[in-house]
Design a protein around this ligand. Structure first.
Ligand SMILES: [Fe+2]
Length: 516
């Protein structure tokens, strides 16, 4: 039945010879020459009665098909109400299919709301490590506190995943991942103070085009045990940004070179398939062609309504050829769109409901239209055209909607720095935005990047800038939303020390921000 060289036996037994006193027949240790659960486990997209549990079989992660046979294999799973698996509350078997790279996505349901669970997988006699997941409170249930993590932008070559080791030790209900889970290119060299220096570590592949390229690339990231630790410990709410496909792509348009849309669509489809295979998300997110419906909502009782956005798939082209540039006519194009019509209508409807005290928009690109000037010789105001700042019409629509609701917070990634500030509808503050730094992208960094004083002076709505690596922890109560910016002193060497660099506090009932 199974003929690949690494696939030993389907009989489940081997004959033991020469072991005095041992039984004549022993159970086989494994179907495989190597351990099939090397890429770890994960959970995600929690609901009040369950969550997704994930793994991917790959005894040889960089071999074709991860070293798996060309057939679907049954994987057993179980969920327990205790860490020792004394009480199994749900179990079953699911097929790991070669079409999906032998990934496993089980949508567990029928569980109790608002509590932790533990899960694990088994294939033959091989068992995965165990993960911990957590259900959400019921919609509308009175909730007095929520703590969750925010992270993303994890270029493997730029640093070690130390931040994930620390994130794994936090007490969190879930983690929002804003994207750039992988980077699709390899740095050819690294500099420090003008001198060539060794990179912290190397991508195996220099560029990614086929689904097998993307699959192998995710495998390289997930062989990092710090990343595995965080995914095994917390349910993730996963979204993607640009580098899951290609730098600064939007819709069916590449930004680097003149690749025809129909050719780029093939690469995007391969990238999206690999993204789906590796993320703990529901089957509703299987790509249709190159499209994944990634916008979705999560309610945490009566405390927080989370709206996750996709700011890449439906966006109109960046104006004026993209980049950091002065305002140009394209920025005020009334037909420009960031979310596309359907997603914008969906967000509009969600923002119109008042299900919870706090409304959170969890997305990728900065909403504050900051003046990016850092140097005295820059005369004209400069915008990041790949952010909402390059899209006046949709940004103004979003601001006017936020102006109609209380207690709105926007969470953002992409910038590889921490920022906290306020969003305005004309001259009225309507929400607070916390831009969360990268896990590694940008390298060690520094507390204050040169020119940050100029940026703070030029942007009165901006209250905080920091240029170190790490993640954020949001601590929410009915009275206040606190975003703690957690930073590492270094990611270039093991043993980075974590500290809370600052906390941005938004009080209930006022679109204001204090930094402590
Ligand atoms: Fe990034």
């Amino acid at each position: 039945m199974f003929t690949r060289r690494h696939f030993l036996s389907t009989g489940g037994t081997v004959t033991a010879l020469g072991l005095a006193g041992a039984p004549a027949i022993l159970k086989a240790q494994s179907w495989f020459l190597d351990y099939p659960f090397k890429l770890g486990v994960a959970s995600g997209d929690p609901a009040p009665d369950g969550f997704v549990i994930w793994t991917k079989l790959a005894p040889e992660p960089f071999a074709p098909h991860g070293g798996m046979p060309l057939s679907a294999l049954p994987v057993a799973w179980e969920v327990a109400s205790d860490e020792r698996f004394a009480t199994i509350v749900a179990k079953g078997e699911t097929l790991a299919r070669p079409e999906l790279g032998h990934s496993v996505h089980v949508e567990v349901s029928g569980l109790e709301a608002d509590r932790p669970y533990w899960y694990r997988f088994k294939l033959g006699s091989d068992r995965s490590l165990q993960g911990r997941a957590r259900t959400l409170p019921r919609p509308g249930a009175p909730v007095s506190a929520l703590k969750f993590g925010v992270c993303g932008c994890q270029h493997y070559e730029s640093g070690l995943f130390t931040a994930y080791r620390h994130l794994a030790q936090e007490d969190l209900a879930f983690v929002f991942h804003y994207g750039d889970f992988i980077y699709e290119y390899r740095y050819d060299y690294a500099y420090d103070k003008g001198q060539p220096v060794p990179k912290v570590r190397d991508h195996r592949l220099r560029a990614l085009y086929s689904v097998d390229d993307y699959r192998a690339h995710y495998a390289q990231y997930l062989l990092d045990l710090d990343l595995q630790a965080a995914r095994a410990r917390h349910p993730f709410l996963s979204t993607f940004d640009d580098h899951e496909v290609e730098n600064n792509w939007v819709s069916d348009l590449v930004q680097n070179g003149d690749v025809p849309p129909e050719i780029f669509a093939l690469r995007r489809q391969a990238a999206m398939q690999a993204w789906y295979e590796y993320m703990p998300v529901r089957a509703a997110m299987i790509p249709r062609g190159p499209l994944i419906t990634a916008n979705r909502a999560f309610n945490y009782g009566n405390l927080v309504a989370m709206n996750l956005l996709d700011t890449r798939s439906f966006r109109t082209d960046q104006p004026c050829g993209d980049g950091f540039k002065p305002h140009c006519p394209g920025v005020s194009d009334p037909k420009a769109s960031v979310l596309g019509q359907a997603q914008e209508a969906w967000l509009d409807a969600n923002l119109g409901r008042r299900d919870a005290t706090w409304t959170c928009i969890a997305q990728q690109i900065m909403v504050m239209p900051l003046d990016r000037r850092r140097y005295a010789d820059e005369k004209e105001k400069i915008l990041n055209l790949d952010s909402w700042a390059g899209y006046d019409a949709p940004r103004n629509r979003l601001m006017s909607r936020l102006g109609k609701i209380d207690n709105a917070v926007v969470l953002t990634g992409d910038e590889h720095q921490n920022f906290a500030g306020l969003l305005y509808d004309r001259d009225k503050p309507v929400a607070a935005e916390s831009v969360v730094t990268s896990i590694t992208s940008g390298g060690d960094g520094q507390d204050v990047r040169p020119g940050s004083d100029t940026m703070l002076a030029n942007n009165p709505q901006l209250k905080f800038i920091n240029d170190q690596r790490g993640y954020a922890v949001c601590e929410v109560t009915p009275e206040a939303w606190k975003t703690h910016f957690m930073v590492l002193d270094k990611v270039s060497k093991p043993g980075g020390t974590l500290s809370r660099r600052a906390t941005a506090t938004v009080p209930r009932g006022s679109a204001s921000l204090s930094i402590g």
